[in-house]
Ligand binder design. Structure first.
Ligand code: GDP
Length: 367
């Protein structure tokens, strides 16, 4: 059996895109085949007890410094690992070339594109990439970013997906009515949903601006927390757009609100001349898997996160373009085309993605 150690600071119970990717993949791998080396977290004990694989928590943040190096060397040799996998490429991935054992890297997007522009960092990233057996890229966007730094490094694409037993469409009109009542009371208006951290890149402001241009009344529902919330609330008020801010919803409620939505609208934008982009957009997968019609923009890796004929993918995210996309979806048959769920399962089921990931690990170990 090939054994590897995953080295990352971004492991649950910390929340976020990288964390959920690693959780969904690693909870499906053979627990004997890996060990996770990560950092401490106040809720870690309960999480680690339930997690199928062994998790070692070092008392400090993992950085490419001498202290982390000696701690990790002890962990890797005690486990008799054939391979070490670092996530993300920078800064922790810089340790790969210095630790000794063969290593691979995981790339997600922003963590490659942004630091690669910092003086000194691009060189360090190129060194890590050149010394690695290869890179597992979470989608075509990080894959291109990696190849633009080191064109010869072997890459294996394993995109993010969603837990498709959590995100499922409603099964009956009665079920849908009950869920809508919970979030919308007696309102019969279409629900336009946005879910994400509230930061400018994600584009919640564009949903509000677009709703104002529609030729029918709607209710905009915004789920998530973040530094942009007050600005968005002011915008909705100023524009007179009927907007409900839910804040961060707990898991369980999140699945429900997706199932209540008529249109899921995620018009993310590219910022800082393309340096800050949406690497993938897991929320698009979650929304589609829940049966919502999707409107999104084509920035970063977002086109990878949709399948089938029903999503509207916009080349530009002006309020008028987004409003056009929403109108189109509101006029469409509310039932998604037959077979769309099948396509979603084929592309985004973590059962299949974790098999791909396991194959990539074997290839990295045997390069
Ligand atoms: P990132 O935050 O930029 O990493 O964006 P991603 O799209 O990669 O990941 C966002 C993840 O966070 C998705 O799985 C969302 O469902 C989840 N998320 C965002 N906001 C909320 C929230 O309010 N509640 C819950 N339960 N999950 C959320």
């Amino acid at each position: 059996m090939i054994k590897h150690v995953l080295v990352t600071n971004d492991f649950p119970p910390k929340v976020g895109g990288i964390q959920s990717y690693l959780f969904e993949i690693y909870s499906r791998l053979d627990p004997e085949s890996y060990l996770v080396a990560t950092t401490v977290h106040e809720d870690a004990a309960a999480f680690d007890r339930k997690f199928p694989g062994e998790v070692i928590r070092l008392k400090h943040r993992l950085l490419p410094v001498a202290g982390t190096r000696s701690d990790l060397l002890a962990v890797v040799s005690a486990f008799q690992a054939d391979l070490v996998v670092y996530d993300p490429i920078w800064p922790i991935g810089a340790l790969g070339a210095r630790l000794g054992p063969p290593y691979g890297l995981i790339a997600h997007g922003a963590e490659v594109v942004l630091p690669a522009k910092l003086p000194g960092v691009a060189g360090s990233m190129r060194r890590s990439l050149s010394g690695a057996r290869g890179v597992i890229a979470a989608g075509s966007y990080p894959m291109q970013a990696v190849r633009s730094l080191v064109p010869t490094v072997p890459t294996f694409e394993v995109a993010p997906g969603a837990d498709l037993s959590r995100f499922v469409p409603t099964q009956s009109v009665e079920e849908r009515d009950a869920i809508r009542k919970r979030f919308m009371g007696d309102s019969r208006l279409p629900m336009i949903l946005f879910v994400s951290r509230l930061v400018p890149r994600k584009g919640a402001d564009r949903v509000i601006e677009a709703a104002r241009l529609l030729d029918q009344p709607v209710e905009v529902h915004i789920v998530g927390s973040g530094r942009d919330r007050a600005r968005l609330e002011r915008l909705a008020k100023r524009r007179g757009v009927n907007t409900i801010f839910h804040g961060a919803l707990p898991d369980g409620d999140l699945e429900q609100v997706y199932r209540a939505a008529d249109v899921f609208c995620f018009p993310a934008r590219s910022r800082w001349l393309g340096l800050e982009q949406e690497g993938f957009g897991i929320v698009l997968v979650e929304a589609q898997a829940s049966g919502a019609r999707v409107v999104c923009t084509r920035t970063g890796g977002m086109a990878d996160a949709v399948v089938g004929t029903s999503p509207v993918v916009l080349d530009e995210g002006s309020a008028a373009a987004v409003a056009g996309g929403i109108s189109f979806q509101l006029k469409a048959d509310p039932k998604l085309p037959a077979g769309e769920r099948h396509l979603i399962i084929e592309k985004f089921d973590y059962g299949r993605l974790s098999l791909q990931y396991g194959e990539a690990i074997l290839k990295l170990a045997k390069q």
